[in-house]
Write a protein that binds this ligand. Structure first.
Ligand code: GDP
Length: 363
């Protein structure tokens, strides 16, 4: 065999070996690909699990709604996490005070409220003769609770046996409809009967969304023609509640209207219409999205001035690092935060308690 012949022979042998091995290599590769796909599916299944269990969260035995605010505050605690660690074994010097101020501003309490809180903490530190910075978080916690406790009654008014109306106001997307569902769930569990009034007649989708919640939790919805008079819907709902012996009418309103129609005038009209049934108007709840922080305060002021707001529901506190805005709302609007929303299910509504909130935020 000369050299050329042996090269041809070796090439033929190599080609044959390749042809024999190729199907096996391909099938191994396909198996690896399939394993990878199956693996990634099981990873995404695992990822999806917490979301599913969050939706099916079991309410506490003593009523609906999670009770541990600390566990539900989520990102709101973020600015304060680590504060204790940073202040540990440190002198009570300017740097420590600056750290405390920065933390408050990060939590979106606003400059005016931060200054007032720091003044209060300084007074407490002086009175106690504090020399180390590690005592500051506890003093801040006490000061926050103290300032919040000054802001009046946080209960929601309802006298069973006659129609009570709670009107929910606020811009689109803040969580009015979801809050209506949460409130209905709570009141049903307390033995009260509930009716929804879909007074956002400007968006058919809004009434549809309320109807979906109504079907889910067993609450009837009074709704009107699209583009119809929202006041008429509220009026009909209060009348229907009177006729059917229903305790509570939750009135969901529009957050934005078509041009020319003034939202505040429309909301005033709704409350006037509800008041035609003497004593029926019990609460006007301003729903605010905590994730907007200080930016939400300007719109809140507008609503508070126009429609005699009796309380604030601060939603999405689970997804916001701006929980400190509670302090700004109360001191600037003079309206108590009555409830906080800490999730998207109808159980995710918590009574606002200043002492618990201060402990959950700073502790
Ligand atoms: P509306 O336009 O004011 O009626 O707002 P919706 O009730 O339609 O809510 C807007 C979005 O915010 C929806 O996706 C809700 O699920 C969500 N949402 C409402 N409240 C909360 C809350 O407390 N936490 C979280 N994470 N999402 C919320």
């Amino acid at each position: 065999m000369d050299t050329t012949e042996s090269i041809i022979f070796v090439s033929i042998f190599a080609l044959a070996a390749l042809l024999i091995a190729l199907p096996r290599m391909l099938s191994r590769r396909e198996r690896r690909r399939r394993d990878a796909v199956a693996g990634s599916e099981s990873v995404s299944d695992a990822d999806a699990e917490p979301a599913v269990s969050a939706v099916t969260e079991v309410p506490d035995a003593d009523g609906p709604g999670p009770r541990r605010l600390r566990d539900r505050l989520g990102k709101s605690r973020a600015p304060f996490v680590g504060l204790r660690g940073r202040l540990k074994a440190r002198q009570l010097d300017d740097e420590a005070w600056d750290d405390l101020e920065e933390t408050l501003l990060l939590a979106d309490v606003g400059v005016a409220t931060a200054t007032r809180l720091l003044d209060g903490v300084r007074d407490r530190a002086r009175a106690q003769g504090l020399s180390g910075a590690d005592g500051l978080p506890a003093l801040l916690q006490a000061e926050i609770a103290g300032q919040l406790e000054d802001h009046g009654d946080r209960t929601l008014c309802l006298d069973a046996g006659r129609p009570n109306a709670w009107i929910l106001v606020g811009v689109n997307g803040v969580g009015k409809t979801t809050t209506a569902a949460k409130l209905a769930t709570r009141e049903l569990a307390r033995g009260h009967s509930v009716l929804f009034a879909a007074a956002d007649t400007f968006r058919a989708a809004a009434a549809d969304q309320l109807a979906v919640w109504g079907a889910k939790i067993g609450v009837d919805v009074i709704r009107g023609q699209e583009g119809g008079d929202p006041g008429a819907v509220a009026f009909d709902a209060v009348q229907a509640a009177g006729a059917r012996g229903i305790d509570l009418v939750l009135v969901d309103t529009a957050g934005r209207l078509h041009t020319k129609v003034n939202l505040m005038e429309e909301l005033k009209k709704i409350s006037r219409v509800v008041e035609r049934t003497p004593g029926a108007l019990r609460e006007v709840l301003l729903v605010l999205d905590a994730t907007t922080g200080q930016n939400g305060l300007a719109q809140a002021r507008e609503f508070a001035v126009a429609v005699g707001v009796t309380g604030v529901v601060l939603t999405k506190l689970d997804g916001s690092a701006k929980g400190g805005v509670v302090l700004a709302i109360e001191s600037e609007l003079g309206v108590p935060v009555k409830l906080v929303g800490v999730g998207e299910t109808d159980a995710d509504l918590v009574d606002f308690d200043p002492v618990e909130f201060a402990a959950a935020l700073v502790g």
